[in-house]
Design a binder for this molecule. Structure first.
Ligand code: BG6
Ligand code: MG
Length: 213
């Protein structure tokens, strides 16, 4: 049994990973930079500016720091427009059941996300009050694969990393969890990562992992 479960947000609690993709794709198309799903998978868990740097590797010219800042703001504006559509009806019932079951069983739950838009998303989904702790892109200096966001989350929960399991859809997130001393459960794209301790098809597959004696 784990005392805490730390969930990544985008691609784990909700499908906002698709909105990230659509916003980056629009930016790449505007700039004439090749961008596909494979490159998009490299951006999972990675901060906004680090994601932009990965996209610009395929650009045919270099960009100044001012241009990069403008591009990141352009992407974030597009992304935040998508976030306006989110309502509680977008929450997968399996996700809600998972969170409620963990809480009922006394397992503490947290968010550990690189996103600075975390609280907007949780508010729009109507679940911000469900979490015992939230650690996000505003709390950290270094994004995944650095373990900082998960260490902040565990600290806010008052738990040691070894007593928590992290749920992640990103290779960078699995690496961050392992480097921080957490168990790592993979869902979505991360199920291909051999470093994961557990593989989940749906989020509620974390229940037997977290609750078994
Ligand atoms: C992570 C996403 O959750 O947050 C990344 O997986 C994203 O793709 C990162 O770049 C930062 O998000 P935001 O909302 O602060 O731009
Ligand atoms: Mg994610």
């Amino acid at each position: 049994m784990y005392q805490g479960v730390i969930f990544d947000l985008d691609g784990v609690i909700c499908t906002t990973d698709e909105f990230h993709y659509l916003a980056w794709k629009a930016l790449a198309d505007k700039e004439g930079i090749p961008f596909d799903r494979e490159t998009n998978n490299l951006l999972r868990g990675v901060s906004r500016m680090a994601s932009l740097e990965i996209i610009l590797r395929k650009a045919s010219r270099s960009y100044t720091d001012e241009e990069k800042a403008a591009l990141a703001a352009y992407k974030n504006d597009l992304y935040r427009d998508y976030l306006k559509q989110i309502t509680p009806s977008d929450l997968d019932p399996d996700v809600l059941r998972t969170l409620q079951t963990l809480k009922d069983k006394g397992v503490r739950i947290a968010i550990g996300s690189s996103s600075k838009n975390t609280k907007t998303i949780l508010r729009n989904l109507g679940i911000i009050e469900q979490f015992d702790a939230i650690a996000d892109g505003n709390d950290i200096q270094r994004s995944k694969p650095d373990p900082e966001v998960f260490l902040v989350a565990a600290n806010k929960l008052g738990l040691e990393p070894a007593s928590c399991v992290v749920v992640e859809d990103a290779f960078a997130g699995i690496e961050a969890a392992k480097r921080g001393g957490f168990a790592a459960a993979a869902i979505g794209d991360a199920v291909k990562d051999p470093e994961a301790d557990y593989v989940l098809s749906v989020l509620s597959d974390i229940l037997p992992v977290a609750l078994s004696a």
